[in-house]
Design a protein around this ligand. Structure first.
Ligand SMILES: NC(=O)c1ccc[n+]([C@@H]2O[C@H](COP(=O)([O-])OP(=O)(O)OC[C@H]3O[C@@H](n4cnc5c(N)ncnc54)[C@H](OP(=O)(O)O)[C@@H]3O)[C@@H](O)[C@H]2O)c1
Length: 346
């Protein structure tokens, strides 16, 4: 489980030269793109926000996290990289769904459109089930429930961006950095989707990955003008590497790590390149990749650290045929209803 973070998937990827050439072309996009980095106070979101600021004009960047000091430092850094960028920090503990709603409300009051929703919130804690006041496990909430809630809340603004008449302003993309491959190999326990009784770190990873894969597939069908990416970033030295437990692991894995700047560059590519086009716009894209359902250009993509896309596993195909998406989404809606609509606990 741990090692696979550091071992690159053996899929054919995108060269760094190709990544850099594409990223430098982003200056031709319209000014004023709006990008939200959920987890922007550290690691992969920070590295990607840096490249986003460098390569776009007058963009509006939101950083969401809890660490005010880091947010202030990163805000200054982004504005030094590109003084035309506007940066706002939203301080929220988004392991709580009601705080996710509050963060989205703040964004909706200021923005009519969102071009990029980029999410990396998470923790590599080895603790067992750690219940939030809303009744969910904290790690599981960060990796699944909160991320899907951000998408659900901001779907109208992502759609508004997609519908912009100016083709240089109609980027509309969701990137969730976690790991689609765990959920391709494992099957969730459909009788205990929130892991109220059967929690283990392995089960939490399988559920967060598989449930996210199916939820993103559903979003891609509902919002065909937006593309949805679930990505495994490879091993990257980030905030995770600072904890005493993980420091030695990252030290030993150093030769296999994706370098920080490269990680930011590759994530910016995934967040903007036409080869990961939304379904509605995939038609004319020559190099559009295979979707997670095995269909080219289907608008939801499972990517490896190097941008290589993969289709469904046999297990996923069997789960799909067995109605996994419906079961997972009905459960997720039930969680949102109890916590967000009824202000209760799941
Ligand atoms: N780095 C790797 O080697 C690696 C490998 C495979 C997969 N991944 C996955 O990639 C994702 C990104 O990880 P990373 O390496 O960039 O991690 P990171 O540097 O630790 O960043 C995590 C971010 O999440 C935010 N966060 C955590 N708990 C939060 C909370 N309760 N409320 C609000 N924000 C919260 C943190 O902000 P605050 O501290 O400000 O709250 C921080 O900005 C994770 O899902 C991880 O599992 C990483």
């Amino acid at each position: 489980m741990v090692l696979q973070y550091f071992l690159p998937q053996s899929l054919e990827g995108v060269s760094l030269a190709q990544v850099r050439s594409h990223n430098s072309s982003l200056k031709n996009l319209a000014p004023g793109l709006v990008a939200i980095f959920v987890g922007g106070t550290s690691g992969i979101s920070h590295y990607t926000a840096r490249e986003f600021a460098r390569n776009t004009t007058s963009s509006h960047i939101y950083l969401i996290g809890r660490n005010e000091k880091e947010a202030a430092r990163i805000t200054q850094e982004l504005q030094t990289i590109n003084s035309s960028s506007k940066v706002d920090f939203i301080k929220k503990d988004v392991s709580l769904l009601r705080e996710v709603d509050a963060a989205c409300k703040e964004i909706k009051e200021k923005e009519k459109k969102v071009n990029l929703l980029f999410m990396t919130i998470g923790t590599l804690t080895l603790k067992g089930r750690d219940e939030t006041p809303e009744g969910l496990d904290k790690k599981f909430a960060l990796h699944y429930y909160s991320r899907m809630r951000f998408i659900q809340n901001l779907a109208p603004e992502l759609t508004a961006a997609a519908n912009d008449a100016d083709p240089k302003a109609n980027l509309s993309r969701v990137v969730s950095v976690y790991d689609p491959f765990i959920g391709k190999k494992g099957v969730p326990n459909f009788a205990d989707l929130s892991l109220k009784t059967g929690f283990s770190l392995g089960a939490c990873a399988t559920h967060a990955s598989a449930m996210q894969n199916f939820a993103l597939e559903r979003f891609a069908r509902m919002y065909p003008a937006t593309s949805f990416i679930h990505e495994q970033p490879g091993g990257v030295e980030t905030g995770l590497a600072k904890s005493p437990i993980w420091k030695p692991v990252y030290f030993l894995a150093k030769p296999f790590l994706v370098e920080k700047v490269e990680s930011g560059e590759r994530h910016l590519f995934e967040a903007t390149a036409p080869r990961y086009a939304p379904k509605a716009k995939a038609g004319g894209v020559e190099d559009v990749v295979i979707g997670a359902d095995g269909v080219k250009g289907s608008g939801f993509y499972h990517l490896s650290w190097n941008g290589a896309a993969s289709g469904p596993s046999d297990k996923e195909t069997a789960m799909r045929a067995d109605g996994a998406e419906k079961k997972i989404w009905e459960h997720t809606e039930e969680v949102y209803k109890k916590i967000c609509a009824e202000s209760g606990k799941y």
